[in-house]
Design a protein around this ligand. Structure first.
Ligand SMILES: *Cc1c(COP(=O)(O)O)cnc(C)c1O
Length: 414
């Protein structure tokens, strides 16, 4: 199923034409397909149907409340990396009891908040974190459920900024320290060892690194069992890639199948923490061409969206397809598609063959993940509006930020 299609040449999200959305809510504007989101969730849920499982959507990929709510209604759990994300999950109707807490820098207040909310598991990333969690759980008279996030030292073959499973990464505990740390955890009065966790990187386009990581994990899991440290769940992280351009990641079902084969007849509950593969291809960034600058060396299409709205091209040199909402028949030119921000790194696409006129609408595709959640106010630009399409309906799920909101926390000197 494709949820982004052309009808009478105009680009639609489900049954709503994008120019109608621009007329109603302005640009720049993120537009999501609810049906695409639900289908992506079901692709995981169905592939795991024969296992005890929980899909914990990685909130950082897109933390907008309506998106969390759509997934919560499907039964999704959540993977959070801050107390703020936990509040979002709760506000969106998500279940803290289906929520795992990842991240190398959990603060004391994060821990208190998560213990009080009754989360499913802390994915602990260091010896110091274990100690701190044990102490805080003791102070609250609680027992903290923990997994260790183990770093299996596998090369995920992805962009260095989003590879997290190599020895030199800041994430997780090294495999060779994990056994000793599990023994420590098991001996701590206010901790309950419930699982193991690993997440080796993002935008992975092959299955092998995931399988290799799991095999390394299983050696440890089996060893722990001989010491009567029995885990109830294995959290295999997220990281499956999507197609932005010509990448060919395995379908979710093949990826899950390969991992379940490696798991064999072990009876553990399995958790996954997908972010990008759940929502990356369910959203676009809708923008309008402000100016065309045709030069002898280069042509620029200056649009009203910028790096502060979608940081991935500037940050990772990421490639997003750029499509006109209403194509023109005139011959195309090669454009640098850039925003109004005062940085040379402010581009959304290089060398794109497009036929454009000033005022045209364009869609920057595959912008559902790490788009809005990474948006900033650089250049005092209010963050974009967000719209969710469902069938023939469009719903504003986030108003465009106002300038007064941007300044509301600031004070002048007396
Ligand atoms: C970012 C992250 C994820 C999600 O990664 P995707 O590539 O978006 O699937 C899952 N788990 C952890 C610990 C993460 O940091």
């Amino acid at each position: 199923m494709n949820y982004f299609t052309r009808k009478d040449t105009r680009l639609h999200v489900e049954n709503v034409a994008l120019d109608r959305i621009a007329d109603a809510y302005g640009t720049p504007c993120y537009v999501y397909s609810r049906a695409a989101m639900e289908a992506a969730y079901l692709s995981y849920d169905r592939a795991l149907a024969r296992r005890d499982h929980l899909i914990c959507y990685a909130v950082k990929a897109n933390s907008s409340l309506a998106i969390l709510n759509v997934l919560a209604r499907m039964g999704s759990g959540f993977d959070i990396v801050s107390g703020g994300e936990l509040e979002r999950v709760i506000q969106a109707g998500g279940d803290p009891g289906k929520t795992v807490f990842s991240g190398v820098g959990k603060s004391e207040s994060d821990m208190r908040q998560a213990l009080s909310a009754g989360i499913l598991c802390f994915n602990v990333e260091s010896a110091s974190e274990l100690k701190r969690l044990d102490r805080i759980a003791g102070e609250l008279g609680k027992s903290a459920p923990v997994s260790l996030r183990v770093n299996p030292d596998v090369d995920a073959n992805t962009h260095p900024y989003i590879a997290t499973g190599l020895k030199e990464s800041k994430f997780g505990v090294p495999m060779e320290d994990a056994l000793a740390l599990y023994r420590t955890a098991a001996s701590m009065a206010n901790l309950r060892v419930v699982g193991i966790d690993c997440h080796i990187g993002s935008q992975l386009t092959e299955t092998l690194p995931f399988v290799t990581a799991l095999q390394k994990l299983l050696v440890l899991v089996d060893r722990l069992a001989t010491e009567r440290i029995n885990l109830s769940h294995l959290d295999l992280g997220g990281g499956l890639g999507i197609r932005y351009r010509d990448e060919a990641p395995p379908p979710v079902s093949d990826y899950i199948q390969a991992l379940m084969t490696a798991l064999g007849d072990r009876k553990h509950k399995v958790l996954f923490e997908p972010g990008r593969s759940l929502i990356g291809n369910t959203g676009i960034l809708l923008a309008r061409v402000e100016y065309l600058k045709h030069g002898t060396h280069r042509n620029f299409a200056v649009i009203d969206a910028a790096m502060n709205d979608l940081m991935r091209p500037a940050l990772y040199d990421a490639w997003h397809d750029i499509q006109p909402v209403q194509p023109r028949s005139a011959s195309s030119r090669r454009y640098e598609v850039v925003g109004p921000v005062c940085e040379s790194g402010d581009f959304l696409g290089h060398d794109r063959d497009l036929s454009l006129a000033e005022g045209d609408l364009i869609a920057i595709m595959s912008a559902g993940a790490y788009g809005m959640s990474m948006a900033s106010n650089y250049n005092t630009r209010p963050r974009a509006a967000e719209v969710m399409v469902s069938g023939g309906e469009m719903h504003l799920i986030r108003e465009r930020e106002s300038i007064s909101q941007l300044m509301s926390a600031e004070r002048l000197l007396p």
